[in-house]
Design a protein around this ligand. Structure first.
Ligand SMILES: NC(=O)C1=CN([C@@H]2O[C@H](COP(=O)(O)OP(=O)(O)OC[C@H]3O[C@@H](n4cnc5c(N)ncnc54)[C@H](OP(=O)(O)O)[C@@H]3O)[C@@H](O)[C@H]2O)C=CC1
Ligand SMILES: O=C(O)CCC(=O)C(=O)O
Length: 413
């Protein structure tokens, strides 16, 4: 099977957008690379008394528009190139939703599924001891990503504040509420995605009656609940890393979330039959939500996809070859840098509340998020119409143009 280097994919996407925008050579080259990247190696004491050595990264891709921003992932397959790609996509994502932020991402090579809570805490704190000097409200602001949670942010914030010896809640977002988190952040990624599906359905004149979800963690679970609640559709299939389930008559999203939280998997959900995880991508549904990892949709399966709309809650789930196949098959891709921008948008609201000592009502967060995503969809659909390119390229054109403009105004290129 062909393997993908996500960073090469991210660089190719910049080149394509730069060509449409007629960017000069220096600007294009500058935007193809991270401005700063850090590699950390640290020992952590494990529950059995041994020390284990962990490798970790933080990539600050571009900060022309504001402090670098993006999650920290704990995953066994993490590499510097994956983190670079994720940091690049954060840069275009914050620009597409027009936030005064740059893009960053971090990662620790580890498998949380085989670590205790104490070991995870030790890793989180060690990561901050290694990186504290490059983080800050006006430098770089992390958040959770795959296999990290608000609890991870709480440990990281505590370690950071112990080092700097003052309260700095805005240095981490998607924190638990009692230490400065915001209402509405936990489901913000999925809420943003579902809002973008609502806008796409108006744009395409489609009714989002049935949907399937690949990946059933934070983003996937909340998408299941919110699609049902806001758009009224029926969930027919879902999967996680252990396998998938299908029930064409419909799966109650709330019951499936409860089942997943109780048993750790979507498997054995009453009334549904088992299917391979990847089969969830190929079902005949109105909307497909990839909500797991990169490169799930490639030239291998793009020809088999039957969804009308693909809403990319995951970062980088579709390869460039698949983008073209889907475009020519008239399947509408809501690209990650728009569809998954709800999370960072509400993270920005959290930063605003932390700096002003405010606590917004949940309804305020939801209304402001809706406005941001709806406006971003408008810029994206304008670019689609004006440039006549496939959806990811249209979104990239919006994001890259804004970042390039900020670099130029600063006199960088
Ligand atoms: N959290 C956020 O705010 C944001 C997240 N994203 C992106 O959304 C995606 C999911 O993140 P999030 O929900 O936070 O992460 P979680 O760790 O909460 O969930 C990840 C899910 O993906 C599943 N998974 C992993 N590998 C596979 C596979 N091969 N096939 C099917 N499922 C798989 C996991 O399965 P299992 O449960 O069995 O481990 C888990 O259910 C990532 O791409 C992330 O970068 C994007 C924007 C913001
Ligand atoms: O809220 C954040 O800063 C993290 C968002 C993120 O990591 C993402 O959008 O991929």
């Amino acid at each position: 099977m062909k393997s993908y280097n996500s960073f090469l994919v991210a660089q190719q996407q910049v080149e394509e957008a730069a060509r449409i925008l007629n960017l000069d050579k220096a600007t294009t080259e500058f935007l193809k690379w991270p401005q700063r990247e850090f590699k950390f190696t640290f020992p952590v004491r494990m529950d059995d008394g041994r020390f284990e050595i962990f490798h970790a990264y933080r990539v600050q891709y571009n900060y022309a528009r504001g402090p670098a921003k993006g999650g920290i992932r704990f995953h066994p397959d993490e590499t510097v190139d994956v983190v670079r790609a994720l940091a690049a996509w954060m840069t275009w994502k914050t620009a597409v939703v027009d936030l005064p932020l740059g893009g960053a991402k971090g990662g620790v090579v580890c498998d949380p599924r085989h670590l205790s809570q104490k070991e995870l805490e030790n890793i989180a704190r060690a990561y901050i001891r290694a990186s504290a000097d490059i983080l800050g409200v006006d430098k770089d602001v992390p958040a959770p990503d795959v296999y990290t949670t608000p609890q991870t942010m709480a440990w990281m914030l505590d370690e950071f504040e112990t080092i700097v010896r003052k309260h700095q809640p805005g240095v981490f977002t998607d924190k638990p509420l009692p230490i400065g988190g915001t209402e509405g952040r936990r489901d913000a990624t999925s809420r943003g995605g579902v809002i973008s599906v609502r806008e796409a359905c108006k744009f395409l004149n489609i009714e989002p009656k049935t949907f399937a979800i690949q990946g059933f963690g934070n983003a996937g679970q909340r998408a299941a609940l919110l699609h049902e609640e806001l758009l009224g559709g029926k969930l027919i299939a879902a999967c996680d890393s252990r396998g998938g389930i299908l029930n064409p008559d419909g799966i109650n999203a709330k019951e499936l979330v409860t089942h997943k939280l109780k048993t750790g998997t979507v498997l054995n959900f009453p009334g549904a039959r088992h299917i391979p995880s990847d089969a969830v991508l190929e079902l005949d549904v109105d909307v497909l939500y990839p909500a797991a990892l990169e490169n799930a949709i490639s030239e291998k399966n793009a020809g088999l996809i039957k969804a009308k709309i693909i809403c990319e809650l995951a970062n980088g789930p579709t390869t460039p070859e698949a983008d073209l196949i889907l475009y020519h098959r008239n399947i509408f891709v809501l690209p990650d840098i728009l569809a998954s921008a709800g999370g960072v948008t509400v993270s920005y609201f959290e930063m605003l509340q932390n700096s002003g000592g405010e606590m917004w009502e949940e309804a305020t967060v939801h209304a402001r998020l809706d406005k941001k995503i709806s406006n971003a969809f408008q810029s994206f659909s304008d670019a689609l119409r004006e440039k006549g390119v496939h959806p990811r390229l249209a979104a990239m054109v919006v994001g890259v143009a804004r970042v390039a403009e900020a670099c130029k105004i600063r006199g960088w290129v």
